[in-house]
Design a protein around this ligand. Structure first.
Ligand SMILES: [Zn+2]
Length: 97
């Protein structure tokens, strides 16, 4: 398994940051606005195996991490979807990461 998908907190590196930049994808915490930079602690949260976790897998920073991070990720996603629908911007291109 690549280090990127390691499910415990570990520091990111410039290579990972650059790879996400190249793909023009947001590499940051799903629960706050933090975008990861070289050396920031982060963790990959595997959600695809959880029923009703429509948020999909996501990353969190060390400050947002905790035992209930998966529940908070799901809740956060529901709020984001509700907001996007309210503003009429919800669609296939809506989630860019
Ligand atoms: Zn965070």
């Amino acid at each position: 398994m690549s280090l990127l998908l390691k499910q415990s907190l570990h520091p990111t590196n410039q290579k990972e940051v650059d790879a996400f930049k190249r793909l023009k994808k947001r590499f940051g915490c799903a629960l706050c606005d933090k975008v990861f930079e070289d050396g920031d602690l982060f963790r990959f949260v595997y959600a695809n195996g959880t029923a009703n976790a429509h948020c999909g897998n996501f990353f969190v920073c060390d400050k947002c991490d905790g035992p209930d991070v998966l529940e908070r990720g799901i809740e956060n996603y529901k709020l984001a979807v509700a907001g996007a629908k309210r503003w009429n911007i919800y669609g296939p291109d809506w989630m860019k990461y």
